[in-house]
Design a protein around this ligand. Sequence first.
Ligand SMILES: [Zn+2]
Length: 338
Amino acid sequence: MRGAVLYAPGDVRFEKRDDPTIIKPTDAIIRMSATCVCGSDLWPYRGFNSGGEPTPMGHEYCGIVEEVGRAVSSVKRGQFVIGSFFASDNTCPNCQAGYQSGCQHAEFVGGAQAPVLRVPLADGTLVATAEIPPDDLIPNLLALSDVMGAGWFAAEAANVKPGKTVAVVGDGAVGLLGVLSVRQMGAGRIIAMSRHESRQKLAREFGATDIVTERGDEGVARIRELTDGIGADSVLECVGTQESMMQAIRSTRKGGYVGYVGVPHGVELKGEDLFYAHLHLHGGPAPVRRFLPELIDLVWKGKINPGKVFDLTLPLDHVAEGYRAMDERRAIKTLLRP
Ligand SMILES: [Zn+2]
């Protein structure tokens, strides 16, 4: 088969790779219905934390089970499944606590920008839908594999409650789906921080009531202005830079909550800043697996449409253009069809 491989910053190639096979009895092999490019794929694409070795790319996936190892009992050949970027056993104490992305046996699932994928710990990782979904649901279901789960976790971690005021820092796909999650959870006022018109439009469509275009001190001042000088009850941090993290912390009211899901790059927090901020911090790699059954149900019933973040669809072999479009911010998120 052929799949996406990152050779060097800016250099993604679609080239021959070994066909995935069952290695452990707990593995499954799935044939991809759709995959996509993640905002976090852009970090190595832009030359941050890349290992130097050619790396198979992609960690968002959904598709049809082709083969399962002999120890797999809960998913079967022919089922449509979705899984998270972290394989998890779903039985260890961390999984039982709802932190499957911190599973004691977690394995990163990489190389998903390909027509076929090996998924470890299939029983714990994959969730099958009741039926094979119609084609128009595929983008919505694919989004649950990572971005929607990340936005949802940010909202949960930020303790979003009905009627509360919530600010969302970041207008990438995760931030936008954070807005959608917050709306679904019943927040009253939803302030999206965005400077891009097309993203502001989608944020409004997903439920944002206010848009703040300012950043830094001005952004904080603007949020205080909108909240009678006290700050938001909950803030979702969906970027991962020093500026965005401090934006989130400083926009939160005393006793409020910050849910952070942006993968940190160079973020350092000062003890004193945290000490006097009087807030709750909770975040990390989203335990997507925890939310899959509920989110699949919401998509199936037409209550949420997270697939709207895909504003570019390309054949899988055009994956390099999918990266370029996102890198140049011409696209929010690229869906790839094998
Ligand atoms: Zn576990």
